[in-house]
Design a protein around this ligand. Structure first.
Ligand SMILES: *[C@@H]1O[C@H](CO)[C@@H](O)[C@H](O)[C@H]1NC(C)=O
Ligand SMILES: *[C@@H]1O[C@H](CO)[C@@H](O)[C@H](O)[C@H]1NC(C)=O
Ligand SMILES: *[C@@H]1O[C@H](CO)[C@@H](O)[C@H](O)[C@H]1NC(C)=O
Length: 339
């Protein structure tokens, strides 16, 4: 299975798991134990309220301004003149636990946006000093980290008159939860919602026990898109956006192994297979706008005409959607995923 995953990653992202820094064997035992707990379906209790100090300078913003750019520009948040631009959509992409700017999904996602048109600035957020901590600590830090990013967006809006409509936030896993806190902070400062947050299997462990006000929720932006691929394990199971997509039911994904409780010493990156499908589907969906048709019927009875029963449909990669509700679709077990 690991080999299959490696193949998948090499194909889709031209990067190996080694480059992604995902060697689970080097994790401290407490972290391995947390993973085993999550895989066994038991809740991670985060009842202890921690208030961590975080340093804004540890959250870094790497700008890619054009498709042809050879390298990023590290943004100086006290003088972000490169972003003083009114005619582009500034997309903040936010990684999850144990990830960094080197995460294998940033590059293909960035390219997928640039393939659409040249009206994008892509900002790769790196909050790895906090994302590399123990899961529960990192989970607590999603709030202050989201606060730093939200403050930065509000500053750009206030100082450079960039309309809030020009911002888009995309986050995966704990980065999905960070995205919610970005939206909350922007609202707190500007009294206006961000137009859109897109979350790719936002993290479930620790968050499923929280009040909606302390996690990603449907009012964090005007439109909150959620793509659930590993709900109940690493992802958040219940609807928590304005529009929620549940590919293949939203919990297990075809082509991904079902993990029974693994011991701390036999954890492999394939435990994240279904969790990572969220970005695999989304990146493919951006490149093929009419793909991944989803409908509001959970089950399609092949004998019936589904158009009569489920007239309301939406595509997974529609960046303009304002539809609301839960949408279902099935995918192939390997790339190309769209049926
Ligand atoms: C990109 O820039 C960084 C620092 O500015 C540098 O360390 C890195 O080597 C550059 N990468 C490439 C591919 O030029
Ligand atoms: C933008 O505005 C904020 C808040 O008013 C201020 O603290 C910050 O220094 C300003 N930044 C720039 C680059 O002008
Ligand atoms: C979402 O979170 C915000 C801020 O924490 C809260 O005010 C709001 O009521 C929550 N919305 C929902 C639908 O729970």
């Amino acid at each position: 299975m690991l080999q299959k995953m490696l193949k998948l990653i090499v194909f889709t992202c031209f990067i190996t798991l080694g480059d992604a820094g995902l060697d689970l064997s080097v994790l401290p035992d407490t972290m391995k134990q947390d993973l085993v707990t999550v895989l066994s379906g038991k809740p991670l209790l985060d009842s202890l309220i921690r208030k961590n100090e975080i340093l804004p300078e540890n959250v870094k913003f790497y700008l890619w301004a054009t498709k042809k750019a050879e390298n990023y520009t590290l943004i100086d948040t006290s003088n972000p003149t490169e972003l003083d631009k009114n005619d582009v959509t500034i997309v903040f992409i936010i990684h999850g636990w144990l990830e960094t700017r080197e995460t294998p999904w940033y590059e293909p996602l960035k390219n997928a946006f640039f393939e659409k048109n040249d009206r994008y600035y892509i900002i790769e957020v790196d909050w790895s000093p906090y994302a590399s901590q123990e899961y529960l600590v990192a989970a607590f830090d999603t709030k202050p980290v989201g606060g730093v990013i939200g403050q930065f967006i509000a500053n750009l809006h206030n100082n450079y008159s960039i309309p809030l409509d020009n911002f888009l936030v995309v986050g995966h896993s704990l980065g999905g939860q960070v995205s919610g806190f970005v939206g909350k902070k922007v609202q707190e400062i500007t009294h206006t919602k961000l137009p859109r947050i897109i979350t790719l299997d936002p993290a479930g462990p620790a968050f499923k026990l929280r009040e909606a006000s302390e996690r990603l929720n449907a009012t964090d932006a005007a439109v909150v898109v959620v793509i659930h691929t590993n709900g109940g394990i690493f992802g958040f199971k219940e609807s928590c956006g304005t529009i929620d997509f549940f590919p293949n039911g939203g919990s297990l994904q075809p082509g991904c192994p079902v993990h029974t409780v693994a011991g701390p010493n036999d954890l492999s990156p394939s435990i994240f297979c279904a969790h990572w499908r969220s970005w695999g589907y989304f990146i493919e969906a951006l490149s093929a706008p009419d793909s991944f048709q989803a409908s509001q019927c959970k089950v399609h009875l092949k004998l019936l005409n589904k158009d009569l029963l489920c007239t309301n449909s939406e595509t997974l990669g529609n960046l303009e959607t304002t539809k609301t509700g839960d949408f279902y679709l099935t995918t192939n077990s390997e790339s190309p995923y769209s049926k």
